[in-house]
Design a protein around this ligand. Sequence first.
Ligand code: ADP
Length: 700
Amino acid sequence: MKRPKVFFAIFLILAMIITLLSCAKSDSSINVEDENVLNTKTTYHGTAMGYNDLINVDVTLDDGKILDVEVVSHSETPGIGGELKDIDGKLVSNGGEAPITLIPRLMVENQSINIDTVTGATVTCYGIEHAVADAMVKAGLRVDAVSSATEENDDFKNKNELVLPEKTKKELEKYLDRVHFDIKNEDLATDVVVIGSGGAGLTAAISASKNNANVIIVEKNGEVGGNTLVCGAIYNAPDKELQKKLTMMSEEKIGVIEKALNETPVSEEHKKLQDKVRVELEEFKSLNNELTGGAGVFDSESWFALQTFNGGDKIANLTLVETFADNAFKTLELLKNMGFKIYDGISQGAGALWERTHTSVMPMGTGIISTLLNEINKHNNIKILTHVEAKEIIVNDNKEVIGVKCIDKNKNEFTISTKKGVVIATGGFSANKEMLNAYNTKWKDLNDATTTNRETSSNGDGIKMGISINANTVDMDQIQLLYLGNVQNGKLTRYPKRDVNAVDEIIFIDKNGNRFVNEGDRRDVISESILNLDENFFYILESGDGDDYVDIYGNDFESADGFSLDYLIKNEYIYVGDTLEELCEKINVPVENLKATLEDFNKYVDGEKKDTFGRTLYSTKLTKGPYVATPRKVSVHHTMGGLKINEKAQVLDTDNNVIKGLYAAGEVTGGIHGANRLGGNAVADITIFGTIAGDNISKE
Ligand code: ADP
């Protein structure tokens, strides 16, 4: 009875080997392998790599037609490759349909798998097209042999192209006719043009529209949100109510304030600010019975301004800094009233230098962008044009701004003329190597540097357009490196939330298990210390301790950008050990060193010993597993220089006169952060000055 089974098994194995061999060979005669394949309605499954992970599609073919294409699973970034949802889980239109549904729909409508790519989400689009090609190959249609639906980028072209007989090629080519998006722009007129749809651009549009201005936002990507979509979404603002809940001021923290007050002022304005903080601190101390009243953490608009100014080496424009600090809480309230949800607690964000950081409850910048888009949808005087790149600001003979020259994805050139002017909100130049190299004097060499920012957003366009109409720039050499880039591509992704928003609960260790810096220090100081390590990377270490501890094994756990524990571990974004021994084995760190490091650190928390690196922020001893180590490296993050503006967000020319009708907001501007931007100050900056710019331009 056993023999037939054995024979059958051998036969099966042989058949499999033969099939595999025939699949593997690069046979030019392979074409439509089974004539009947298209005549029977069948669904084929295809897979290809997207931006974040595999994209799986089901492709249904019948009677020579593509009946249906469905993405059945993917991990593409919400708002870029994937769909953007708001806090209630409602789909938010992000300047158009998300690639993950748009591309499949267009494939069916056009009977082609060669669809234009959405700018900013190219890799996702290629991923979908490759996955569909994979499914069609499984159906016997060697579409991959003719093209892999990716004519724009050689890197993605099929490496093992097959030579096909002409007849077969013709049969297949019908699926590969390039389909272009239906984009056709012509000259327009409006009150205000906003260039760029990150946080600065969207807030500018909203505040201008509230003053009844008609606004057109032009965005060169195929979707809205820019780099703001992938930011850490932490927001600094003094917040008395929430700060009251924090542990009372320690002597170290009072020491930090007193040090800032005892510095020799660099200007009369600086002195005035110090004097203001001095009075406020005395009030705080007496009101709260000198550190014993449990009064929370001292803060004020003036102390926020002073820390921002000092943290940027006192080179910023103090008037702008004070405008920024004075409006931070107010603008946060404005955002909250639009529906922006933050955690009900304050922390100290990475490089924030003080416990005044608020954190969005949604992954990365999706909370802020979905909120702003929902608000924009309530204003029918705002129009968004995606896939439209601004090329030139138009000025009249009096050098007043009267419009913008644009070009769209289908190369239509057109002009938008404006009654009131233009807000430049195009972000920084972190992804423009030429500009980085031209302006960098701060860091040794940025040639091989990665960036946390989006390659299709942060190209410095607005700065160049401004310069070409005689706008002034400031602090262009001030380029920020951030130490939170993942070691694989330098992006600010795939980290447990505490890494960025709870500096009090983590430590940094090198590959030997030793601490090497004050984790609460300035971003430039920490980045420099990492560049000086042997390996140029380090681990952020967190433990199973702490009030804000989120159980990493719990169902709720996800990285700050929404990825699961399994994904993070499998792709080596984090390493987890229930004991120090287990963790150290995984990251190849001598366990006795790490034990000694933690012993010392826990003594600092207890006040038994003083930290040699000068850390002042302690809330949690690191005593128990699970321990999580997140490897990180420095990556270009923020360009602090840019167009010179005044406190009304008007752009100044090279003689420091206002350029009439030209405003700028967000990372495209300079003068607010000086030599080092505090963590948590960017989202505040872009939304504060975006709001100011929109308000003022609409009153022109
Ligand atoms: P911020 O944080 O200052 O708001 P972001 O980087 O988030 O800046 O957003 C800037 C936006 O501007 C991005 O969406 C980017 O694609 C867009 N942008 C940049 N240059 C141009 C341009 N020349 N025309 C249209 N949009 C642009």
